[in-house]
Design a protein around this ligand. Structure first.
Ligand code: ADP
Ligand code: MG
Length: 235
């Protein structure tokens, strides 16, 4: 994608649950291709709500969410599932790997769901496992891997369909220091190679090492935004 085209365009989004104060209030945010945005903020400030809206897992009460040119808030359920399969990759705090599939089969799964040919999928999976340094565990089951290795597998799976956007919710939240460093370096490398990333974190070391931009939420509102920075590819 050309630089400076917004990958994410969120306009005046509010998300309320029942009578509670809004989980997100009047949030407008645009993210360009090549940016790595860290969304910071205290617990309950709306970070996961924001990520879920971008992922099409939730809908705004008012406002619009456009990702990669697609009005995500207006998709049907099937359209939303297809969007997640083809345009975005997601990484979670607790990896969400399937423990009865091998590492390779976990990584292949999104490609199979998207209908990629078996040969092409295998080639791509092997390449990802190698570049993420987990190829020696290709035939292992996730339960035998360390936390850092599992998260690398989860990142490989998220990248399988070459998503326009990689989303991560507390990707280092369940890792020890060394594994956390590993995943921080991996995400920084991916962004340096041009991958657009939005991550939610409490981990300031992650924000520092990986983010080109930080956005801070308090009570559902953006209270600070370090602003657009030229993506790595054009610096
Ligand atoms: P964070 O990820 O920053 O900790 P969340 O986005 O999970 O915050 O939550 C923001 C606010 O929205 C919190 O007050 C939370 O209780 C509320 N909230 C989130 N999801 C739901 C839900 N499904 N139903 C009701 N309230 C919710
Ligand atoms: Mg959260």
């Amino acid at each position: 994608m050309a630089p400076n085209v917004p990958v994410i365009d969120i306009r005046e989004v509010t998300r309320t649950y029942g009578e509670d104060p809004p989980a997100l209030a009047d949030v407008t945010l645009s993210v360009r291709a090549g940016e790595a945005v860290a969304v910071l903020g205290p617990s309950g400030s709306g970070k996961s709500t924001l990520l879920n809206l971008i992922a099409g897992l939730d809908r705004p009460s008012t406002g619009s969410v456009t990702v990669d040119g697609l009005r995500v808030d207006a998709l049907s359920e099937a359209g939303s599932a297809r969007y997640r399969r083809t345009r975005i990759g997601m990484v979670f705090q607790f990896f969400n790997l399937l423990d009865d599939l091998t590492v390779t089969d976990n990584v292949l799964l999104p490609a199979q769901l998207a209908g990629l040919s078996r040969g092409e999928a295998r080639t791509r999976a092997a390449g990802l496992l190698e570049s993420l340094r987990i190829d020696r565990h290709a035939d292992a089951y996730p339960g035998r891997l360390s936390g850092g290795e599992r998260q690398r597998v989860a990142v490989a799976r998220a990248l399988m369909n070459r998503p326009a956007l990689l989303l991560a919710d507390e990707p280092t939240g369940a890792l020890d220091t060394a594994s956390g460093d590993d995943v921080r370096a991996l995400l920084a490398d991916l962004n340096a190679a041009g991958q657009t990333i939005v991550l939610v974190t409490h981990d300031l070391a992650l924000a520092r090492s990986c983010a080109t931009r930080t956005v801070e939420l308090v009570d559902g509102r953006i209270v600070r935004d370090s602003g657009h920075v030229a993506p790595a590819a054009t610096r």
